[in-house]
Design a protein around this ligand. Sequence first.
Ligand code: ADP
Length: 399
Amino acid sequence: MSENCNQNCSSCSEECADRKEQKTDFTEKLHELSSVKKVIGVISGKGGVGKSLVTSMLAATMNRKGHHTAILDADVTGPSIPKAFGIKEKAHGSTLGLFPVKTKTGIEIMSLNLLLKNDTDPVVWRGPIIASTVKQFWTDVIWKDIDFMFIDLPPGTGDVPLTVFQSIAVDGIIVVTSPQELVSMIVSKAVRMAEMMNIPIIGLVENMSYFNCPDNGKKYMIFGESHIEEIAEQHQLKVLAKIPIDPAISAAVDQGTIEDYTGDYLEPIAKLLAHTEEKEMIRIAVASENEMVTEHFGHCINFNIFDSENQQILHSESIPNPGHKPGFLPNFLYEMGVNVIISGGMGGGAIDIFNEKDIEVIVGANGNAKKAAEDYLAGFLQSTGSVCHEHQHHDECTS
Ligand code: ADP
């Protein structure tokens, strides 16, 4: 490695053995009149599990909360979004570009069905054509002042979803599953795809999870016991919501009134997403053991410090833990101008001091420290809020 190395291979011309391969950026630009703040991709392993339903319900929930919301229907061969919202009109364009169609509550939608003459025309296109159509929904449609865009992706982890992830700047992925599927395999594939694309998985939604019998009030697991919690835990993911089988849902979709459906199963996701608004300059400290988030705040080896602006990490450094004395570390980090502390576990005393100093505490984190900071900035790292009371950690976690 050259002694002048600044770790930035893109601005360096030296032939160096440590050169990190630069990934080619295939991201397409939005239309010049468009502005979209957050893009959430919704995926599933196969068709019919309720991916379009979850996309529609999420958009409706966020829209109800006052966020300007859009749906890009990338499930081109089974575009069911316009039907769920009862949209009969077609999309139109001008010399400037294509305009989405607004639902009755103001959600902006673009779907192939809004461009086809007959909704029932089959789309018998091959992968590359489908992928380039979806790209055009991103580049040629005028998406005005959108806070949250949800993308209903084609089922599976094949060519089309992959191209979509490469060409559209997706901020996070929600995986929809149902208990009758091979959930474990689907989630593993989704996790691998997300890693390849470097996009965080926000979490899992289990649809058709159970059925509440209106006659006897009992809960029936129609598709058998769910294993979603174990699978989520294996991959360190969150189960964000469970949606029951509800005839009112299928009726709302059939009648085109999904916006009127008031089941609040997706409320936790709406809350999570609402937290993801851009934050200005933030200094994040991650209590670490070298590159990894540590379990024990007070006894961490080092703090990885990340300085960010508008959710991008601009600078990072590692500083050794200066020592473990009660009350010392929170003040030390406060003096350093830290706004957020991320750790695996932390004792109540330290949490109280951080709270007093208005420093946000995220506990329950694990894995790579930089990834944790990036997930925090993307709005997808939430604190489990748990205070470490375990006797054997008593000394280690408090500080
Ligand atoms: P996907 O997008 O995964 O192919 P859809 O969202 O189109 O699946 O759902 C398939 C069908 O199942 C739709 O008719 C939808 O109304 C119905 N459906 C989905 N989830 C539920 C549910 N929780 N309760 C009742 N019907 C549902």
